[in-house]
Design a protein around this ligand. Structure first.
Ligand code: NHF
Length: 526
């Protein structure tokens, strides 16, 4: 059974205030904030805990819970991959529809704190492999059709609702949901649309030949709509046609407007500059809580931080590191150029000379993995590579490592550094995107002021990465300074609170204004 979202009802004494929230006075005459209930349809290709390949899933899985406290009830639409159907045992049919020539069943399910809607179309989603790649690591050849179907289903729900529920706002995440905006505009569905870009590198670019299969009006094959350098792009459709475009940190929102970091979309984004903003991601503080985390060897908090030692020992044992006092550095990441993982091999000898040890977990580019595997062979017990990813290992590494490195060349937000801060593992991050704004560099002034939480270096620079590691190891050798850094890190607030409030405010602004600027643009291309 689908549980109905419980949102406090309006009060007759309430009065509307400028941000769309409601106020009322309590028995003592104090102003109490109340919210106008709002229903949001979130559309995405993955959602933790039912399907996860990366940080997107964590955000999709944790934002709805935070939005509830803002009076926003979200339902999350994702494809019914086989693993999702297996995990969501408790589900009921919420609708049947025919979309793009396919018969589709819509399931409603409740999982953890998520109200899920599952788009079930076995012909497109019952596959071996993951959401995007087959079991050989190649893109599913019909990804355009798979995610067009997800988008068409979202547009249908926006138009007709589902089991009596209708969204006030549709919130699209990344290219896989981007075409929803096109389907909604094509049918004149007047529900405000927010698009969030989690990583501009992934644009849903497909040959123009598939356009005729999408069931969209011919004039959408236009530079102001889907057309993208002779191809089509689902992400571009979303950027051009959403009422608001957000990305996952204010810094990344600025960076993607530049030719260097705009990944070919800078011009398109500049055309939507007035509706583009950055809202930094939060983390699920219930799941990522060292005091209650079931995956770690010993629970702890700031008051019992010495207990981290047991987790450190567990990390040594689990990953086969030679035990010792030298700092344990971890990398928990996709092993790719974007993540800057190729910068690590050159700094390893220096790091090992200082008595430090390194664990890398993840999957990715074979040439990068090969380089690291060489180092692991050379420095057995001091450098370990663990191919693959598991939630359990990630939690244990945050709890037992001293330092977590994120050397990304660009990083829209990054979540690993937020988990690290919460667990008292000190992040070393490239000064880019969300990394730049969530970690405060431990320079002399920040240390003296007691606000430092980690170390930053210039993205892409091996020398600067080495210097940052060197600075971190020097600080590590000074127990007092290190403890101050850990204390500051663990006190940082990276819950969803403020960011959920910003999303809610944005939704409410849109429901009041119904901008419609891009609809006009698209019509003009006819
Ligand atoms: O944090 C969730 C994540 C981001 O930087 C991350 C990324 C993918 O690249 O928003 O999405």
């Amino acid at each position: 059974m689908t549980r109905k979202l419980e949102i406090p009802p309006f009060d007759s004494h309430s009065e509307r205030i400028s941000n769309g929230m409601e106020t009322e006075t309590d028995s003592k005459g104090r102003i109490v904030r109340r919210f106008e209930p709002l229903a949001v349809l979130a559309v995405a290709s993955e959602a933790f805990p039912v399907i996860k390949t990366g940080g997107l899933a964590d955000v999709i899985g944790s934002l709805p819970k935070a939005l509830l406290s803002q009076g926003v009830g979200a339902r999350t639409l994702i494809p019914a991959y086989p693993s999702v159907l297996a995990k969501c045992e408790d589900k009921e049919v919420a609708g049947q529809m025919s979309l793009l020539g396919e018969q589709v069943t819509l399931w409603a399910s409740h999982c953890n704190d998520l109200e899920l809607l599952l788009v079930d179309c076995p012909a497109l989603f019952d596959r071996r492999g993951g959401p995007y790649l087959d079991d050989q690591g190649r893109n599913h050849p019909d990804n355009w059709r798979r995610f067009a179907l997800l988008s068409a289903a979202a547009a249908r729900i926006a138009a007709e609702g589902v089991d009596g529920w209708r969204p006030d706002v549709v919130h699209l995440h990344d290219w896989q949901a981007g075409l929803t905006a096109a389907y909604m505009r094509a049918s004149g569905i007047d529900v405000p649309i927010v698009l969030t870009i989690h990583n501009l590198a992934f644009q849903g670019q497909f040959p123009v030949s598939v356009f005729s299969e999408l069931g969209l009006p011919d004039h959408f094959l236009h530079v102001n709509a889907l057309e993208y350098y002779g191809d089509i792009s689902f992400l571009k459709a979303g950027i051009r046609m959403a009422d608001a475009v957000t990305t996952v940190s204010p810094t990344y929102a600025r960076e993607i407007l530049t030719e260097e970091q705009g990944m070919g979309m800078a011009g398109v984004l500049q055309s939507r500059r007035s509706v583009l903003s950055g809202i930094v991601n939060g983390i699920d503080e219930d799941i990522w809580n060292p005091l209650t985390d079931p995956y770690i060897a010993q629970n702890y908090d700031l008051d019992s931080i010495d207990r981290r030692r047991d987790n450190r020992d567990a990390v040594e044992r689990t990953f086969g590191l030679t035990p010792g006092d030298g700092a344990i550095l971890s990398v928990i990441s996709r092993l790719t150029w974007q993540k800057g993982i190729d910068l690590l091999a050159p700094v390893l000898p220096g790091l090992i000379d200082r008595g430090a040890r390194l664990i890398v977990i993840g999957e990715g580019d074979p040439s990068i993995i090969y380089g690291l595997a060489e180092q692991a062979r050379k420095h057995s017990g001091r450098v370990v590579i663990h191919l693959g990813f598991s939630e359990e290992s990630a939690h244990l590494l945050h709890a037992g490592s001293d330092i977590v490195i994120q050397p990304s060349r660009f990083e829209p937000c990054g979540l690993t550094q937020l988990y690290a801060l919460r667990y008292g593992a000190i992040p070393i991050v490239a000064r880019t995107g969300g990394l730049a704004e969530t970690v405060i560099d431990a320079n002399e002034a920040a240390m003296a002021a007691g606000v430092a939480t980690g170390f930053q270096f210039h993205p892409g620079s091996i020398e600067d990465l080495y210097n940052a590691i060197d600075r971190a190891l020097t600080t590590y050798d000074n127990t007092g300074s290190w403890r101050r850094l850990q204390t500051q890190a663990m006190r940082t607030d990276f819950g969803w609170g403020r960011s959920a409030e910003r999303y809610a405010r944005l939704y409410r602004q849109l429901t009041r204004s119904q901008a419609g600027v891009t609809v006009g643009d698209v019509r003009r291309c006819a």
